[in-house]
Design a protein around this ligand. Structure first.
Ligand code: SAM
Length: 231
């Protein structure tokens, strides 16, 4: 059985897509997606030896070696043109690493009609990258599991401006998540607000100079913006 987080990620794979799960670790996601007839084929990419071995073992134990190719390599490097991958999944990493992986080999995205990205932190960076690279955010979901919040972002080639009204606000909060404004959303951002307010207190105690002043102003703007949305 998959975690709720990975199950939600899988729910965005369209029937019969050929998927690549980059940073697959134990390859739970591709095994689940192929076994349940959701994906027709999968590549599990891993850069670290331990997780790579664990992916190999998992795929073999599930007798899925014909439909899942486990490959060792950095990011999108494991993909070849002839794979004709429809959908790339990158889950369980920080937003910076996710955008670095995508940015490093953009040419590998030519055949891809859907990206499913689940940044543990810094989803803002991912939205910004998608926007600048002309990927249209088509859906988002915020889930809670074991006291942690996870954002899932889905993008397709298209019109990147479509979901946005106010870029700086919605890069941070997510245009779809902001519109839904559900309980998880309020809990997540209330928790973030508390952290930011603590940081601000610390900055107020720190010695005054231009750098801390700039940081304080930026943080204050963010706090006010988010507070406004939680009213
Ligand atoms: N995707 C799985 C999930 O969401 O449960 C595993 C997440 S795990 C925390 C992150 C995995 O990404 C690790 O196994 C790590 O080795 C792998 N990873 C990190 N950077 C990578 C890169 N540049 N290319 C491929 N894999 C990478």
């Amino acid at each position: 059985k998959l975690s709720k987080r990975l199950e939600t990620v899988v729910s965005y794979i369209k029937p019969n897509m050929k998927i690549a799960d980059i940073g697959s670790d134990h390859a739970y996601l591709p095994c689940f997606a192929v076994k349940n007839g959701i994906a027709s084929y999968a590549i599990a990419g891993e850069v670290v030896e331990g997780p790579y071995q664990s992916a190999l073992n998992q795929v073999e134990a599930a007798q899925l070696t014909e439909k899942i190719s486990v490959r060792k390599g950095n990011g999108l490097e494991v993909l070849r043109n002839e794979d004709q991958i429809d959908c790339i999944v990158i889950a369980g990493m920080g937003g910076s690493l996710i955008t670095e992986i995508l940015e490093a080999q953009k040419q590998k995205l030519a055949s891809v009609s859907r990206l499913i990205l689940q940044p543990n932190i810094a989803a803002e960076k991912v939205r910004k990258w998608l926007y600048e690279e002309k990927w249209q955010l088509v859906d988002e979901q915020l889930i809670e599991e074991e006291g942690k919040f996870y954002e899932i972002l889905v993008a397709e080639p298209g019109n990147p401006t479509l979901p946005y009204i106010d870029l700086s606000k919605e890069f941070l909060l997510g245009p779809f998540l902001l519109k839904q404004r559900n309980d998880h959303f309020k809990q997540k951002w209330n928790a973030e607000l508390k952290i930011w307010e603590k940081v601000l207190q610390e900055l107020n105690k720190a010695e005054e100079n231009q750098a801390t002043e700039a940081k304080k102003q930026a943080l204050l703007r963010k706090i006010e913006m988010v507070r406004e949305e939680l009213k």
